[in-house]
Design a protein around this ligand. Structure first.
Ligand SMILES: Cc1ncc(C[n+]2csc(CCOP(=O)(O)OP(=O)(O)O)c2C)c(N)n1
Length: 374
């Protein structure tokens, strides 16, 4: 295993001292080390992976140095456009080092949403002409790789990628900061699912929200047909929900979103606010973190999501913090005309024994579509 400290030191020795990215579970120990050791203004958790590429580009334009961009391979799609139309040697030719968490690596078992992404990660990098190597666990080999990458970036003035297999990094003891809020995401998810029941439709966001919803439904004997789990496609649950709400105006359609996901594609709020129908209800469980992949902070607790929603033409937006307010707030949301938003502010954290959906995405889709036809 590789020490995050050693990798960080190798990067610093190569003059890489600006970091931007979207966190990933495979990179969480390295990301936690960077968070504890880089200055706050030298480690920006970006809205999405494309924005992280743009931050690295801006850093290079201002300083002439290369930044490190960290991302899960799921985020390569978000990064693709600025990689080929900004950083590419045929356009502005901007060097940067890209650290890619390799979910779904061939030969390792992973969730369905990671399988194709994992199989095509290196092909995708080949296809856009970004050279890449797998991060070794040996200290000397790692230092040599960083030197090779640096030499390439300087000589070619273009990006280089390092792909990181599961289990590469040693554990780094990171003490998560408690925001002090009483509720946890799971309290909110369970509260919503029990109130909304199965007559309404829920579209849940990527990560532990969908997993907690799935577990609640199994325990409650509700079945899973009224929920769409959106196991991948982070940030897009609200638009899936909105289009369902448009097509099925007789149904309450609830998007159960996360703050990281909301921020990732925040532009969709404007579209939901201006096109969302009466039956479109948007719940954001705001724990101020990318909790599902290690608890790295988002801007969620610093921004005013309700004000943003109102400014985007949502007809109403309410924020609750106290567990005792949850039931009534959900009742109000369901009774109010949409597009309407409810922000539930929570702390981070999840049960360590949280399970994963035991039905496949296709089973989820088919039973969900059958349920919608009823
Ligand atoms: C495009 C993309 N980038 C990154 C990820 C990795 N990822 C999965 S869940 C998650 C965090 C989601 O944060 P939030 O929406 O706030 O929900 P929370 O986990 O805090 O409940 C991340 C970064 C992903 N699945 N897809």
């Amino acid at each position: 295993m590789l020490s995050p400290a050693l990798f960080y030191a190798s990067l610093r020795a190569a003059n890489i001292d600006f970091f931007a990215g979207v966190p990933d579970s495979l990179l969480k120990d390295f990301c936690a080390y960077v968070a504890d050791h880089a200055a706050a203004d030298a480690n920006l958790i970006a809205a999405n992976e494309g924005a992280a590429i743009a931050l690295a580009a801006g850093h290079h334009l201002a300083t002439g140095r290369c930044a490190l961009v960290y991302l899960q391979n799921s985020g390569l799609g978000n990064a693709l456009n600025p990689l080929v139309s900004l950083a590419d040697s045929g356009v502005y030719s901007i060097p940067m080092l890209i650290l890619v968490g390799w979910r779904g690596e061939p030969g390792k078992s992973d969730e369905p949403q990671h399988v194709k992404q994992g199989r095509t990660t290196r092909e995708l990098l080949d296809c856009i002409g970004i050279p890449h190597e797998v991060l070794p666990t040996d200290a000397d080999e790692t230092r040599k790789l960083v030197l090779r990458a640096t030499k390439y970036m300087h000589e070619n003035q273009s990006p280089f990628a390092i792909v990181v297999s599961d289990g590469t990094f040693d554990k780094y003891a990171h003490v998560p900061v408690s925001s002090g809020f009483e509720m946890r995401r799971e309290d909110a998810v369970r509260g919503v699912a029990s109130k909304v029941g199965t007559s309404a439709t829920i579209v849940a966001t990527t990560g532990k929200t969908a997993r907690e919803l799935f577990e609640y439904r199994s325990e409650a004997g509700d079945g899973h047909a009224s929920d769409f789990l959106t196991v991948g496609s982070m940030g897009h649950a609200s638009q899936i929900a909105m289009a369902i709400a448009l097509a099925r105006r007789d149904r309450q359609v609830v998007c159960l979103d996360g703050d990281g996901a909301l921020i990732m594609h925040m532009g969709s709020l404007a579209i939901s606010g201006t096109n969302g129908t009466k039956n479109f209800k948007h719940i954001v469980v705001n724990n101020g973190a990318h909790d599902s992949v290690g608890g790295q902070p988002t801007a969620g607790h610093d921004i005013n999501i309700c004000e943003i929603a109102r400014a985007c033409c949502y007809l109403s937006a309410e924020r609750i913090v106290e567990p005792g307010d949850l039931d009534e707030a959900i009742d109000r949301l369901l009774q109010t005309d949409g597009p309407a938003l409810l922000e539930i502010v929570t702390n981070t954290g999840a049960r360590s024994d949280l399970g994963r959906p035991t039905i496949s995405p296709i089973e989820n889709k088919l039973s969900f579509m059958r349920n919608l036809e009823e």
